[in-house]
Design a protein around this ligand. Structure first.
Ligand SMILES: [Zn+2]
Length: 310
């Protein structure tokens, strides 16, 4: 009996210690769920550039969202279904000898999967409403943000991130004649947007989407540079047709018509826009979501597991 009561007391003490640890240090909980070496929380972000391969310290992203963070661990593997971010920029990885390769992840396959993707934001009049709607339906989506909009509206970028949606890179200024001068000008815009996003959330996306799509703009040189720098280019296979002046009803019809192609049901990647002026997309969104929910589709965020659209 005495032994039992001592055991009970010991267990109680242990629980209290665990509770104090969790309350005092939420990042400790986060670290528990990652297989990464322990980052030096609270220290400034720096790199040991003089000795490649040495230990590298970094801060945790400022708000720890339910996401995966690629760090200096070469064994890093993302957790299925979560947004993926990198705590280092391309330059930091290159100068410190850290790898830029994308972890070898198998494409996610299931019968009915949809990825809602929103381009050209964030915009104060549309993106927060989109987030409200997604929240109301309890689903996650992916936002390919333009750097010069992200720097104007950091609070919206933070909100996208905090609410567990994925952030992707959609260039800095979206101006084709600047962007597509060469592979180098294109990649420079991705780097610029990386820095902006990281300054807001403490980490950067590894997924990107070419404004206007890669077809017709990318040469082999673009694909090569993206691959050596570890960006994953994400296209689409369902277009909402909302870049023009289409009304909400038409936007829904466009999607429904393209979904007749059952080959796309395992990975329907839907292109939508939350940039300035896209009020019709916002109006159409509840019906688009309902269309997929009624058919038991699983909503996922874009990650390394997302299959190629075609
Ligand atoms: Zn765009």
């Amino acid at each position: 009996m005495k032994y039992k009561s001592q055991l009970f007391q010991a267990l109680c003490s242990l629980s209290v210690v665990c509770l104090i640890l969790l309350v005092a240090s939420p990042p400790a909980l986060f670290l528990f769920f990652t297989n990464s070496p322990v980052p030096v929380a609270g220290s400034p972000l720096y790199l040991e550039t003089s000795s490649p391969g040495s230990d590298v310290a970094y801060t945790l992203p400022d708000i720890v969202a339910d996401a995966c963070y690629i760090n200096e661990n070469p064994e890093f593997m993302p957790v299925s279904g979560k947004p993926v971010y990198d705590v280092f920029t391309v330059e930091e990885r290159q100068s410190s000898g850290l790898g830029l390769e994308v972890p070898a992840v198998s494409p996610y396959r299931a019968e009915k999967v949809v990825y809602l993707t929103f381009d050209d934001g964030p915009a104060p009049e549309t993106t927060p409403v989109v987030l409200d709607i997604l929240g109301r339906y309890g689903i996650k989506a992916t936002f390919f943000v333009v750097g010069n909009q992200a720097e104007k509206h950091p609070a919206i970028v933070r909100r996208i991130y905090q609410e567990g949606h994925a952030l992707g890179n959609h260039s800095y200024n979206h101006v084709y004649r600047d962007l597509y001068q060469s592979a180098n000008t294109y990649i420079a815009q991705l780097h610029h947007t990386d820095e902006i996003v990281r300054s807001i959330i403490g980490a950067r996306p590894r997924i990107s989407r070419a404004p206007g799509g890669s077809a017709g703009s990318f040469t082999k040189e673009y694909w090569d540079i993206l691959s050596t720098q570890g960006y994953v280019e994400i296209g689409w296979n369902i277009s909402a047709g909302d870049a023009s002046n289409a009304k909400a009803g038409r936007i829904v019809d466009n999607i429904v018509a393209q979904m007749k192609n059952e080959n796309l049901w395992s990975h329907a990647i839907v292109l939508l826009h939350d940039g300035r002026g896209h009020h019709e997309t916002v109006k159409a969104l509840p019906e688009i979501i309902t269309f997929y929910q009624d058919r038991q589709f699983e909503f996922r965020v874009v990650s390394f597991e997302t299959p190629a659209p075609w």
